[in-house]
Write a protein that binds this ligand. Structure first.
Ligand code: ATP
Length: 228
């Protein structure tokens, strides 16, 4: 279930945003992608999802070349992402929001997946009948994470999951994300700094002006400061 990105270039409207990106995450591991605003984190995540085309290089997951695979086929490969801005449908209930990716990706075991997500995050089941707009921002983030876990059975990409979340809910999010490792998922967490992800990840990658380099630190060196 490893993700291997090699020599990846991505342009938006003719402007080179990502340059020669090399990054890999061994199956079942968690990696951080740390970079300032505008560094290219969302662009990389969108490229992995197939929402932006690669102009060069390759994206391989589980040995399969995704580089030219359309986005909807990547969803079928059990890959998904949690966007920075949640994107819940406000008028729908939490349960309806949760099941949306199962319907969209024709996931046969959607109801089973929902039960699994509810077992990881029972609080979502508790507000299942509420409309998404009735939840706080932090609660919506939890729902957005849960929803991403329906198609994201193997690889999940989290775009700034802790951004704007109150400390108590950030702690809760953190513990759910830690549980994902135990469930065998491969996880990428994009963050502007490693305040939340430091204790979770196996490896940190730094992204700066569209270039990625590997950080020095891993989970086993828990007291060390991240990379430079
Ligand atoms: P943030 O946390 O602010 O989202 P980020 O690290 O995710 O930052 P990206 O959103 O990937 O950064 O943006 C990387 C660069 O690409 C930025 O310079 C941004 O201005 C540029 N960019 C992103 N989307 C577009 C677009 N649609 N058109 C033009 N430039 C874009």
């Amino acid at each position: 279930m490893s993700l291997e990105i090699s020599n990846l270039d991505v342009s938006i409207e003719g402007i080179g945003i990502l340059r020669n990106v090399n990054l890999n995450i061994p199956g079942g591991q968690m990696a951080g992608l740390i970079g300032h605003n505008g560094a290219g984190k969302t662009t990389l995540i969108r490229a992995i999802m197939g929402l932006l085309p690669a102009t060069r290089g390759s994206i391989i997951f589980k040995g399969q070349d995704l580089t030219r695979l359309p986005a909807h086929r990547r969803g079928n490969m059990a890959i998904s992402y949690m966007p920075e801005d949640r994107r819940l449908i406000p008028e729908l209930t939490v349960t309806e929001n949760m099941l949306m990716p199962a319907w969209a990706n024709r996931i046969a075991d959607g109801e089973q997946r929902l039960k699994w997500v509810y077992s990881l995050m029972p609080e979502i089941a508790d507000f299942g009948e509420r409309k998404a707009l009735q939840l706080s921002g932090g609660q919506q983030k939890l729902v957005a994470l849960g929803r991403a876990l329906i198609p994201g059975r193997e690889l999940i990409l989290l775009d700034e999951p802790f951004e704007g979340v109150a400390p108590v809910l950030a702690q809760r999010l953190s513990s759910v994300i830690a549980d994902l490792r135990g469930e065998g998922l491969t996880v990428l967490i994009a963050e502007s700094d490693d305040a939340h992800s430091a204790g979770l990840v196996d490896t940190n990658w730094r992204i700066e002006r569209g270039s990625v380099s590997q950080g020095r630190r891993d989970r086993s060196e828990s007291s060390a400061v991240a990379d430079d």
